[in-house]
Design a binder for this molecule. Structure first.
Ligand SMILES: NC(=O)c1ccc[n+]([C@@H]2O[C@H](COP(=O)([O-])OP(=O)(O)OC[C@H]3O[C@@H](n4cnc5c(N)ncnc54)[C@H](OP(=O)(O)O)[C@@H]3O)[C@@H](O)[C@H]2O)c1
Length: 271
């Protein structure tokens, strides 16, 4: 199965954001096992540790919410891609992201804009700058969204809306690029056992905790979906049922239902 993956997707360069922890770190572990000679470039503030010297991993330290730092980092990524003499396929994994739990009117607008910078604007900038190279060499853009993309999400309103953006945007780009050798896929995980919730200031309990996936599960399902050619994948069977249900419901019903579930995470976080 893994040989198939390298046959179908002979990536020679991988650009990943947010490889320093959680799902991004699991993407690195997967690549270390499957793509033995691939060159990988990670963009995050902290570096990704615990990888063997065999993994050709370059770390570009950058705060993706800072526009100037991001522009400079993208120039380094382009130089990294030019160094790839084989000029093979490129995989861009837009994974870095974060959220902040709480009522919007009580939060600071700078913090909300920071979410948009990392979860949306950094994705737009990286993808726009890398697409010319990817159209020449072939490749895949893999965006990490969330199950929050399927309905409005009170208490994480901005975060949820950034993920809805990624899902719609990914489908639209994939269509526009249909005659090229570039594909766009969106991965929608549900609760996953990473530092995400603690960093967002939210608790995790009830069904969210019971059905939480490991980051390795999310990455395995994402890579399987890539092989199937799916434009998006919701990982985990419970998340698949939940998002199907949410997609059927009118938003005037889905919003209060989601709000009620998410409000419990708020109560839990204050315990
Ligand atoms: N965990 C979940 O339940 C869950 C569910 C659905 C979707 N997701 C999505 O999965 C993706 C990965 O999150 P995770 O669960 O793996 O959480 P995580 O362990 O907190 O990892 C987040 C990654 O994003 C990077 N990042 C955050 N802000 C950044 C910034 N300003 N500049 C550069 N890098 C930044 C972090 O790197 P540094 O801190 O080193 O900069 C880290 O590597 C996110 O897009 C998240 O929205 C997570």
């Amino acid at each position: 199965m893994r040989a198939d993956e390298t046959d179908s997707f002979p990536f020679t360069s991988i650009v990943l954001t947010g490889g320093s922890s959680g799902i991004g770190n699991s993407f690195l572990k997967h690549m270390e096992k499957v793509y033995r000679s691939v060159r990988i470039c990670n963009l995050s503030r902290r570096s990704a540790t615990e990888f063997s010297a065999q993994l050709k991993l370059r770390h570009i330290p950058v705060d993706l919410s800072d526009t100037n730092a991001r522009t400079a980092a993208i120039q380094e990524v382009l130089a990294f891609l030019r160094e790839d003499e084989s000029a093979g396929q490129v995989l861009l994994i837009n994974n870095a992201g974060f959220g902040n739990y709480g009522e919007f009117h009580l939060s600071n607008s700078g913090a909300q804009r920071e979410i948009v910078e990392v979860n949306i604007n950094a994705v737009i900038d990286l993808t726009a700058q890398l697409l010319p190279v990817m159209r020449e060499r072939g490749g895949t853009v893999l965006n990490v969204a969330s199950v929050t993309a399927f309905q409005p999400t009170p208490y994480i309103a901005t975060y949820g809306a950034t993920k809805a953006f990624l899902l719609h945007w990914g489908y639209a780009l994939d269509y526009e690029l249909r005659d090229s050798s570039v594909r766009v896929m969106t991965v929608c995980p549900g609760s996953t056992d990473t530092a995400f919730h603690a960093r967002a200031g939210m608790g995790i309990q009830g069904p969210s905790a019971k059905f939480a996936q490991t980051p390795d599960d999310v990455v395995n399902e994402a890579m399987q979906a890539l092989r199937r050619g799916s434009p998006h994948v919701v990982t985990g069977w419970a998340n698949k049922i939940m998002t199907t249900f949410a997609s059927w419901l009118p938003w005037r019903w889905a919003t209060p239902l989601t709000g009620r579930v998410l409000s419990h995470l708020k109560a839990h976080s204050r315990e």
